[in-house]
Design a protein around this ligand. Structure first.
Ligand code: PAF
Length: 294
């Protein structure tokens, strides 16, 4: 594995990798890597010849009162995970490599950036779209991999790539969960043992709605009510069923929809979701959580 920081070093390392028309897979991250990131890397390794991972805590996607300063970091462990997973280039840029002096552009994907997490975190998705466009421009991969846990982020980036005709395929990878159902997130590390236990309500709420959906329930208000019963103890920011493409609210489920939840546990904000569709990777969620108060 080659570790690079500056743009010239990245360019040289990429030129080497691209020899013989190698297909390049790219996994952008903010570090503090876990099994969820490892699974993105494995997906990339599976369908590409070479894999590049970037590790950059992007200041543009944090609001003034968010956790930029205390965002968890462990570069040593991240490098170890990348080496173990067979990453070819680990790119750890400095801020000036990503945003050189004079950088002025912002990318805002209208409509899709406003609801759900966008409502709670104004400017967040503009920061995400801007940095990802910039990283894609510098790495120029054939495919870039994103986790479904941040499904709104994935949807926005897929739209950006489509609208700007960027020559890259955006791949969405399934959520990776702990054995008890908690979706993996770098922010789980903030949780006290009590909040870690309470956080299980998120996946349980989704699993409850999923089993009703699989049993034939298609009324949004009923599905939401079933899920909400599991969230009574939490400070819920939103629990919503949205069309997977438009992210508009849906009242009856006749197309693919996503049930999305965000809640605060102490200082920590967690999100989770399940895609309600017959071919969804989340249909096994109720089985995964069998015995967990469904
Ligand atoms: O999902 C993340 O970790 C970040 O939002 C991303 C895509 C790396 C952009 O900073």
């Amino acid at each position: 594995m080659i570790r690079v920081s500056t743009r010239p070093d990245l360019r040289d390392a990429l030129a080497n990798l691209r020899k013989n028309d190698a297909k390049l897979g790219f996994v952008p991250t903010m570090g503090f890597l876990h099994e969820g990131h490892a699974s993105l890397i494995r997906h990339a390794r599976h369908s590409c010849d070479r894999v590049v991972v970037s590790l950059f805590v992007n200041p543009k996607q944090f609001g003034p009162n968010e956790d930029l300063e205390r965002y968890p970091r462990d570069a040593e462990r991240d490098q170890e995970l990348c080496r173990r997973e067979g990453v070819d280039i680990l790119w750890m840029p400095r801020t000036e490599d990503v945003y050189p002096p004079g950088f002025r552009t912002e990318i805002h994907v209208q409509g899709l950036s406003d609801p759900l997490c966008g409502q709670m975190r104004p400017g967040h998705f503009t920061g995400v779209a801007t940095v990802v466009a910039r990283l894609l421009g510098l790495v120029r991969p054939d495919r870039a991999y994103f986790g479904q846990k941040d499904f709104q982020q994935w949807r926005i980036l897929a739209q950006m790539v489509e609208d700007l005709a960027l020559p890259v395929e955006i791949v969405r990878c399934p959520i990776v969960r702990e054995p008890d159902g908690l979706a993996l997130s770098s922010r789980n590390t903030y949780l006290s043992p009590e909040d870690r236990a309470r956080a299980l309500s998120l996946s349980r709420a989704l699993a409850r709605a999923m089993s009703a959906y699989l049993a034939g329930e298609r009324q949004t208000d009923r599905l939401l009510a079933m899920a909400r019963r599991h969230l009574a103890d939490l400070d819920v920011e939103y629990l919503e069923l949205r069309d997977l493409d438009s992210l508009q609210a849906v009242s009856t489920l006749d197309t693919h929809a996503v049930l999305a939840v965000a809640a605060r546990l102490g200082q920590t904000r967690l999100i989770d979701n399940a895609i309600l569709a017959p071919d969804s990777p989340d249909t096994d969620l109720p089985r995964l959580l069998e015995g967990a108060f469904l």
